[in-house]
Design a protein around this ligand. Structure first.
Ligand SMILES: [Cu+2]
Length: 116
C-alpha cells in the first residue's frame, strides 16, 4: 500500500511538471501552427470542446491521454484556464461529436459545448 501511494504521488508530480512545460511552450506552439497554416502545409481539422470538471493538471492530462487513444487524433491540448480541449484531427479523418462526448464522459467529465 505504501508503495502504491509513493508511486501515485510520483506520477502526480510528473504529470504536473509535464503540464507546466506544456503551458510554457503553448505560445511557441501556436506560432508554429500559424506558420504551418501560412505555408499551407497540412489541413488538420480543429475541434474545440468546452469541458465541465476540468479543474487541475491531472484532469487535463487524463483527458489528453483519453483522446490520444483515438487513432484519428493528431494532437490534443487541454487548457486549464479556459477549460477548453483543442483536438487536432488527422488529415482525411474525422471525430464526431458523439465520439468526443463519449471520450469526455468516459474520462469522467462533461461536455459543455463543441465548436468546429
Ligand atoms: Cu483534476
Amino acid at each position: 500500500m505504501k508503495i502504491f501511494i509513493t508511486l501515485l504521488s510520483l506520477l502526480l508530480a510528473v504529470t504536473t511538471l509535464e503540464n507546466q512545460s506544456f503551458a510554457a511552450m503553448s505560445g511557441m506552439d501556436h506560432n508554429m501552427k500559424d506558420m504551418k497554416e501560412m505555408a499551407g502545409a497540412k489541413n488538420v481539422t480543429e475541434v474545440k470542446v468546452k469541458v465541465k470538471g476540468l479543474v487541475c493538471a491531472f484532469c487535463a492530462r487524463n483527458i489528453e491521454k483519453s483522446f490520444l487513444k483515438n487513432p484519428a487524433v493528431e494532437k490534443v491540448k487541454a487548457d486549464l484556464d479556459t477549460k477548453i480541449v483543442t483536438i487536432d484531427v488527422k488529415e482525411g479523418q474525422q471525430i464526431s461529436d458523439e465520439v468526443v462526448k463519449e471520450i469526455i464522459t468516459d474520462a469522467g467529465y462533461n461536455v459543455v459545448k463543441i465548436e468546429r
